[in-house]
Each structure stands twice: as structure tokens, then as C-alpha cells.
Design a protein around this ligand. Structure first.
Ligand code: GTP
Ligand code: MG
Length: 322
């Protein structure tokens, strides 16, 4: 799909029953501070633009109330050029699983009818509170209904001749579950992510001591990752969250002029228990990314030069992708 300037753009359609949590997830992804009590049921389709790796993604939020559900799939224009179809199911709304499945089936059927074959993703959403507790306690009814649901979802895809590209369990109470699931969708949309991933892995062979290496964009979205060796007790989500906060701090400190320097702050180092986390700015043309490196050694000095040179290579590579 191209916009009026001929710039390539991707389209994501997010659908699901009313109250499934679609708009709340999208508000979170767009990094708005969500007061979900302010989110009203979506009337018709709400469209938003997001940008990742310098590419535009148009996200279409299909309001799920019955009156709208009946209308989208009658008009091919709503569905045209959809690259990814995310179907959100409220796990806590067990009574309406069948209705959700029926809607999912109808949606896939309409895509197929119009010869549109988006990648299909399922967000099993609202995995929190009593539902999560019951699931973790291995409550028989919860486990059984969940398995039944996932089986039916797979069967529905098969019946409509569509592959299921990914399924995720999400909750807005665990915002990283939403970010990382969305990241997977983006990764699938842009093959470039694959090459960034490869390049990062190749470069990072130069720091065998690193346990986790992340490449984040300016909003701390995960662009690529490399995890090696044993766990350090710091999860990827935690590392991403810690780095996100330190990116904000680096920018704030630069702006505040606390550091009496012409140059913006280019890196930050933190010691967490036995590990060292270094966040290195990666300028890439007009954009900026961040390389995050976690080592188990308490000292990052030996890697400092290597990290700076990796960041230069990566910056040049990322700038060329645009
Ligand atoms: N427990 C829980 N509640 C959630 C979660 N995500 C959203 N909600 C709540 O679910 C309700 C519906 O959220 P919306 O985002 O408006 O749902 P929607 O799918 O956009 O609904 P329509 O616009 O009517 O199609 C709100 O009260 C949210 O606060 C979640 O992860 N867990
Ligand atoms: Mg909505």
C-alpha cells in the first residue's frame, strides 16, 4: 500500500468484539498515558498512524459493537491492502468465546472472498486478575476452555485457508506483553527487521561477554535483540524498561544543561547486582536508536571502544535502510 507520496506503508487491522480491549491496547502502544476510564466504545473505524524504523504503519481499530461488526466486511474498501489482521479476544469473557469465534470466522471468510490474505495474529487479551490466578492455579475449567478456544481458532484459520502467524497472551496490566506482541507483528511486516537482527548478531559476536543485547528506537521499542548464554536474573522486559527510563533521563539531562557539554549525552552505565548495563546512543542519519548491552562483568571499560564502534556501524546501516 502506498500513500499519496508513493511512500510504502503497511496497514494493520485490529478487530474483535466490543469491550475486548482493542482501543486500550492501541492507546498503550502509542504511548499515550492511558486512563482507560476515558476510553469510550469505538464508533466505527478509528485510524491512527505509527512509525517504526522510519516506516509508516496505519492502524485501523474496528469498533466491535454489533452495529459496526455487521458493516465492515460488506465493503471491500475497509479490508483492502491489509497486511496484518490482529484479532483481540477478551479471555475473561468466556460466555462470548463462541460469538468471538463466529466474528473471527466471518472476518477471515470475507478477506478470503476478496482475495486479501493478511498475516493473522491473535491477542488473547485481559490475561490478568482472577483469570490469570485461576490459570496459574491450573483451574480445570479455565484451562479446558482456553485449549478449546485455541483449537477452534486454529481450525477457523485452516478452514479459511489462512495461516496463523502468531498468538500472544496480553494484558494492559503487563504493558510489556502488549509492546512485545506488537513488536512481533511489526517484525513480520518489515523484512528489514530480519536484516537488522542479523547484522546486530554479527556485530555482537565481538562482545562474547554480553548476555543480552537490545537495539531500541527512540521510544524504547524493541527493534532487534540478541540473547546468549545463561540468564542473568534480569528479564528482557525488565532490561527494556530500565533502558527506556535511562533513555528518557539521558535526554532530559542533555536538555537541562546539568552537564556543561556541547555534545548530547551519548551513553549511560548502570550496575544492577552483579551485572552492568550500558546504554549507547546510536545516531543514524536524522534518527537515533539505542544499543543496550548487559554483561555479567562489573566493568564495562574493556568493551567501551568496541561498543562505540558497533554503534557507528549500526548507525550507518540503519540510516541506509530509510
Ligand atoms: N482487566 C483488563 N481490562 C482491560 C484490559 N484492556 C482493556 N480493558 C478494559 O476493557 C474495557 C474495554 O476496552 P476498550 O479498549 O474500549 O475495548 P474495545 O475493544 O476498543 O471496544 P469497542 O471499541 O467497543 O470495540 C475497558 O474498560 C478497559 O479498561 C486488560 O488487559 N485487562
Ligand atoms: Mg474501541
Amino acid at each position: 500500500m502506498s500513500n499519496e507520496n508513493g511512500i510504502e506503508r503497511r496497514k494493520i487491522v485490529v478487530a474483535g468484539l466490543d469491550n475486548a480491549g482493542k482501543t486500550t491496547i492501541l492507546a498503550l502502544i502509542r504511548k499515550k498515558m492511558v486512563d482507560s476510564s476515558l476510553i469510550k466504545p469505538t464508533r466505527g473505524i478509528s485510524r491512527a498512524e505509527a512509525e517504526i524504523l522510519g516506516k509508516n504503519v496505519a492502524i485501523h481499530d474496528f469498533g466491535g459493537q454489533k452495529v459496526y461488526r455487521d458493516s465492515y466486511f460488506k465493503d471491500k474498501r475497509f479490508l483492502a491492502a491489509t497486511d496484518a489482521f490482529i484479532f483481540v479476544i477478551d479471555l475473561q469473557d468466556i460466555e462470548r468465546y463462541d460469538l468471538a469465534l463466529e466474528y473471527f470466522d466471518r472476518a477471515l471468510g470475507e478477506f478470503a472472498k476478496h482475495g486479501i490474505s493478511p498475516m493473522v495474529f491473535i491477542f488473547y487479551h485481559k490475561y490478568d486478575h482472577h483469570y490469570q490466578e485461576k490459570y496459574q492455579e491450573e483451574d480445570e475449567r479455565i484451562i479446558r476452555t482456553f485449549e478449546n478456544l485455541t483449537n477452534k481458532i486454529e481450525a477457523t484459520c485452516k478452514r479459511n485457508g489462512m495461516a496463523l502467524s502468531g498468538t500472544f497472551t496480553t494484558s494492559v496490566y503487563n504493558e510489556w506483553s502488549c509492546f512485545s506482541s506488537f513488536h512481533e507483528v511489526w517484525v513480520s511486516l518489515y523484512s528489514q527487521f530480519g536484516s537488522v537482527q542479523e547484522y546486530l548478531s554479527e556485530l555482537c559476536g565481538k562482545i562474547p561477554e554480553a548476555r543480552m543485547i537490545l537495539l531500541l528506537d527512540k521510544d524504547a521499542n524493541l527493534i532487534a535483540k540478541k540473547i546468549s548464554g545463561t540468564s542473568t536474573g534480569i528479564s528482557l522486559e525488565k532490561l527494556q524498561a530500565i533502558s527506556g527510563s535511562s533513555i528518557i533521563l539521558m535526554n532530559e539531562w542533555t536538555k537541562s544543561g546539568i552537564y556543561d557539554q556541547e555534545e548530547p549525552i551519548a551513553n549511560a552505565t548502570m550496575k544492577i547486582k552483579e551485572s552492568t548495563v550500558m546504554v549507547q546512543k546510536v545516531p543514524a542519519g536524522e534518527d537515533v536508536y539505542y544499543l543496550v548491552i548487559l554483561t555479567e562483568s562489573g566493568n564495562y571499560e574493556p568493551f567501551k571502544q568496541t561498543i562505540v564502534s558497533i554503534s557507528n556501524f549500526l548507525g550507518a546501516f540503519l540510516a541506509k535502510l530509510k
